[in-house]
Design a protein around this ligand. Structure first.
Ligand code: N01
Length: 530
């Protein structure tokens, strides 16, 4: 096998990988992007399940690095559906001539740091590459979680996972379908599948909060208004805690009257989608205030769902927002249909999957079984690659008792390896696109700075990352985020360490990483000698 030499290997051709390629190539580096899929898009390539749609408004969920690009692209709806986001990414790739440096159908199997040469040796499914830097643009939600259901391999019907959906559209007409899980993916797909299927069984372990998207065609006046001051609009969004417009408020639920709260919650229910949690500033820090919002949503569920028993089962009991809030189009309404049945897994646990369906108290015979069981979030895409740093240390082993990273960008013992939106950064608790643009720019500038300042190797240290992850958890301790099991804290996967991984707060985080860069990458070590 030949050994190709590059300055930078980028793993993944989603939003992050595409921008990294553009940015680094423009700075004169040789870059190769390696992508397992047969096309670009990352999460928007793999998650093609019916109803897949972004729940951040399109005018915000898009690149801002190029003014002409953000002016020329026209989104057709307030919240874009998966095919349109994929079209957008293809448009970006064509516009900046990116595809020629992307190897599709190429899985990165291992990455090994050669300490003598200070180079990464990357083994892909097709070739070996030697590179000075390795940037993991592998996404936070890209390693599907398939629970170890007894008998799963016995199933003879169509087995699907929302996070790895086939490219050909699937028609469920005349089929009996089972879907396991009630997270965002399931909540988006249930209303669409229910329209087609003969019968849909929804297997629910935990009822989830969902807010109506009230999606619709893009309002041309809103689009024109935003585009007339796009960069200022982006900056305003970036200044609030989650980097999303509409979340910045000062009023407290605990200081409002019942009537004021009802009006505010109702207004946010009707207009804000994910921004429902921005109705009051204390919803995510004060349990009592949080319960006021939670109780409002439960009341809505009971108003929508006609069967009181089903409505009760669909009413979430935990703190609202501590699991990722969902945004839907007709989710609760779908349970009023005669062809949709909710099965409560707490009173009817899944005993096993059979050749023709599944047994949960009784046997359900189905044509298709959909696993909407989520992801090994934030770390899975990294630990599923055999990454070995100094002294042959495997990332998977180093993170066995919890993922630690300095700023979500660098990991001790893994020199010249960067992660985009890694653990310890706002990532999934922010608008992902501006967050990943921030990281791409930080990483690219760091690599340029190293070239200009004759630095060969950069790495984080155990001390700085320990300290950083303590801060990540101290910030989370001031909120309600740790009050339930969620993929934010690894508790959706039994064998995973139960650490809270996202940093809460876009503005202080941005300030911190900017300051670190301005102070010549303070906290990182250069050209360490063993
Ligand atoms: O996954 P999830 P998802 N037996 O982990 C259940 C993003 N996203 O793919 O809650 C039975 O949220 C599990 O039950 P429980 C978004 O950030 C974004 O839906 O653990 N059930 C849960 O109900 C989202 O948060 C968009 O008790 C089992 C479900 O499976 C993230 O992706 C759209 C089980 C998994 O829910 C993940 O969403 C879609 C078991 N053994 C997704 N194991 C946008 O709009 C798991 N479950 C941008």
């Amino acid at each position: 096998m030949s050994l190709r030499k590059l300055d930078v290997v980028v793993v993944g051709a989603g939003f992050s990988g595409l921008y990294l390629l553009h940015k680094l190539r423009s700075s004169g580096f040789t870059v190769g992007v390696f992508e397992k899929g047969d096309q670009l898009g990352g999460t928007w390539h793999w998650n093609r399940y019916p109803g897949a749609r972004c729940d951040i408004p399109s005018l915000q969920y898009s690149y801002q690095f190029d003014e002409e690009l953000q002016q020329e692209w026209k989104w057709s709806e307030k919240y874009s559906a998966q095919p349109e986001i994929l079209d957008y990414l293809n448009h970006v790739a064509d516009r900046f001539d990116l595809k020629k440096d992307i190897e599709f159908n190429t899985e990165v199997i291992s990455a090994t740091f050669d300490e003598k040469k200070s180079l990464w040796l990357i083994q892909t499914s097709n070739e070996k590459i030697e590179a000075k830097f390795c940037v993991m643009a592998t996404g936070c939600l890209s390693a599907p979680n398939t629970p170890d259901f007894k008998g799963l391999s016995d199933f003879q019907g169509q087995l699907l996972h929302t996070g790895k959906w086939p490219q050909n559209p699937i028609d469920f007409t005349d089929e009996t379908v089972a879907i396991i899980g009630t997270g965002s993916s399931s909540i988006q797909s249930i209303p669409v599948i229910a329209e087609q299927a003969k019968h849909l069984y929804v297997f629910q372990r935990t009822a989830n909060y969902s807010i109506p998207s009230n999606n619709g065609p893009m309002d041309p006046r809103e689009e024109a208004e935003v585009k007339s001051r796009y960069s200022a609009f982006r900056k305003e969004n970036w200044e609030n805690g989650f980097g999303i417009a509409g979340l910045e408020i000062e009023a407290l639920a605990s200081e409002s009257t019942e009537q004021e709260r009802f009006e505010k919650f109702n207004n946010h229910w009707e207009k804000e989608g994910l921004g429902f949690l921005g109705a009051y500033a204390d919803l995510m820090i004060d349990k009592e205030a949080n319960e006021m919002a939670a109780s409002f949503v439960r009341t809505k569920v009971k108003e929508i769902v006609k069967d009181p028993e089903v409505a009760e089962l669909l009413s979430p009991k935990f703190t609202i927002g501590c699991k990722r809030l969902c945004v839907d189009t007709g989710y609760f309404e779908a349970f009023n249909r005669d062809n949709v049945t909710l099965v409560d897994l707490n009173s009817n646990p899944i005993e096993r999957i059979t050749e023709q369906g599944l047994i949960a108290n009784k046997e359900y015979l189905v044509d298709s079984l959909i696993l909407a069981t989520g992801f090994d979030a934030m770390t899975g895409a990294l630990t599923r690659i055999d990454i070995r740093g100094r002294r042959g240390i495997r990332l998977k082993d180093q993170w066995k008792d919890g993922a630690k990273s300095y700023l979500g960008l660098g990991i001790s013992n893994f020199p010249n390896l960067f992660t985009v939106t890694g653990p310890g950064s706002p990532s999934v608790l922010s608008n992902m696109v501006p967050s990943l643009e921030l990281h791409v720019e930080w990483i690219s500038q760091c690599i340029e700075w190293m070239r200009d300042n004759n630095k060969n190797v950069i790495e984080s240290t155990k001390a700085v990352e320990d300290e950083w992850m303590v801060l990540v958890n101290e910030v989370a301790d001031q909120t309600v985020y740790k009050s339930c099991n969620s993929w934010y804290n690894g508790s959706n996967i039994e064998e995973k360490a139960k650490d809270f991984l996202p940093f809460i707060g876009v503005p202080p985080y941005t300030e911190k990483i900017t300051e670190v860069a301005e102070q010549n990458y303070q906290g990182f070590v250069f050209d360490k000698t063993n």
